[in-house]
Design a protein around this ligand. Structure first.
Ligand SMILES: Cc1ncc(C[n+]2csc(CCOP(=O)(O)OP(=O)(O)O)c2C)c(N)n1
Ligand code: SF4
Ligand SMILES: [Mg+2]
Length: 347
């Protein structure tokens, strides 16, 4: 009788789960779509950080990008909201249960057009969540119209030229109050993974704009969001090394070449500067550098701004430790006597 050869035990993370425990359903997006590569990095980040999938809540709006939460972390909580309305759902959920890790996936259309009002208030509140904009410069799901992040002068396949300036969602997020803001490229595995792991360790709003080429409608000559354009033009600000709190590694850097930033959970980001003077804890400098990049048409990536000490929205609400959604009614409703006392004050 044939014997089963001894197979090595599958690799597990610090909580004993395999990478398969972090996967989702099979993607129905086009083969080669940048959004699929981002889902892969999200799986790697949660696996490597050893976060229980049941402790994660995924939210999204509408678009090819917003379908992505179906393709990672199938054991997590999930809500696919109405177009541009993911922030309201995320805010309600985070207040009802501030113990979960929230990750939102949106698109450039979902965020920078119909969802702009909700996006602005989420950034301003510093809600503790990771908000990813999978940015391909077009409305992929509705067949490739320009979005509000399409660069001035970029071309559609039909030859139509975009005559409007792009909204810089990173600059806007910093201006509005987000406390961890960066840009990456779906094809830059190392940088994107480091940013995602650091994002998990941050307490506050993380805005990651990830350039994610749409192979079907925006990957041609004349597009500034194509694979070729990004490969030729990506200019990283730093080499990002993330050291989680549970894995202290000491590395020596040349004096003045690296900055170390400690995040909420004690994890560290070691940023090896590729630009002499750039300091990501300086908000004004970050905004200035982004404005300069727009003037010079540079495709800057990296961590632009981080403020780990700023209290998040749920910190400001001074919530009790247990999630509000799990409390019995007698602890969430004031007793009749308390209401009568309040009403008596107006009598
Ligand atoms: C209220 C409403 N208006 C318009 C639409 C049509 N619509 C669906 S997805 C979408 C844009 C998606 O673009 P983006 O967020 O960039 O996602 P992508 O498909 O490019 O990933 C639009 C306009 C809709 N579904 N609902
Ligand atoms: S249409 Fe574009 S954005 Fe949508 S799945 Fe296909 S490649 Fe991705
Ligand atoms: Mg899009």
């Amino acid at each position: 009788m044939a014997t089963t050869p001894n197979r090595p035990a599958p690799k597990t993370n610090r909580i004993g789960l395999t990478v398969l425990d972090y996967r989702g359903g099979k993607s129905t997006l086009c083969a080669g779509c940048g959004h699929n590569a981002i889902s892969e990095r999200i799986i790697d980040a949660f696996y490597e950080m050893g976060i229980e999938p049941e402790q994660v809540a995924k939210v999204s709006g509408i678009g090819c990008s917003s379908k992505s939460p179906a393709y990672f972390l199938s054991r997590s909580h999930s809500f696919n909201a109405v177009h541009g309305r993911m922030p309201a759902i995320a805010t309600g959920a985070a207040v009802a249960n501030h113990k979960l890790v929230y990750i939102g996936v949106s698109g450039d259309g979902d965020t920078a057009s119909i969802g702009m009002g909700q996006f602005a208030h989420l950034m301003r509140r510093n809600l503790p969540m990771i908000y990813i904009i999978e940015d391909n410069g077009v409305y992929g799901l509705t067949k490739g119209q320009f979005s509000a992040t399409a660069d001035l002068g970029s071309k559609l396949k039909s030859g139509t030229v975009n005559e409007l300036p792009a909204i810089d969602t990173c600059a806007l997020a910093i201006e509005l109050g987000a406390t961890f803001v960066g840009r990456s490229f779906s094809g830059d595995k190392k940088q994107l993974l480091a940013l995602l792991k650091a994002a998990i360790a941050h307490n506050g709003t993380v805005l990651l704009q990830v350039i994610s080429p749409c192979v079907t409608f925006n990957d041609h000559e004349g597009s500034t969001k194509s694979y070729k354009f990004m490969k030729d033009h990506e200019e990283p600000l730093q080499d990002i090394n993330f050291v989680p709190s549970f894995e202290e590694i000491e590395v020596e850097y040349e004096p003045g070449t690296a900055v170390e930033i400690e995040l909420h959970d004690g994890s560290k980001m070691r940023l090896v500067k590729l630009e002499e003077d750039f300091d990501p804890v300086n908000r004004i400098e970050a905004l200035r550098r982004l404005a300069e990049a727009r003037e010079k048409q540079e495709m800057l990536t990296g961590l632009f701004y981080v403020h780990p000490e700023q209290p998040s929205f749920t910190d400001l609400l001074r919530l009790v430790d247990e999630p509000l959604g799990t409390l019995p009614e007698e602890r969430t409703r004031p007793p009749k006597r308390a209401l009568e006392e309040i009403l008596a004050e107006y009598g």
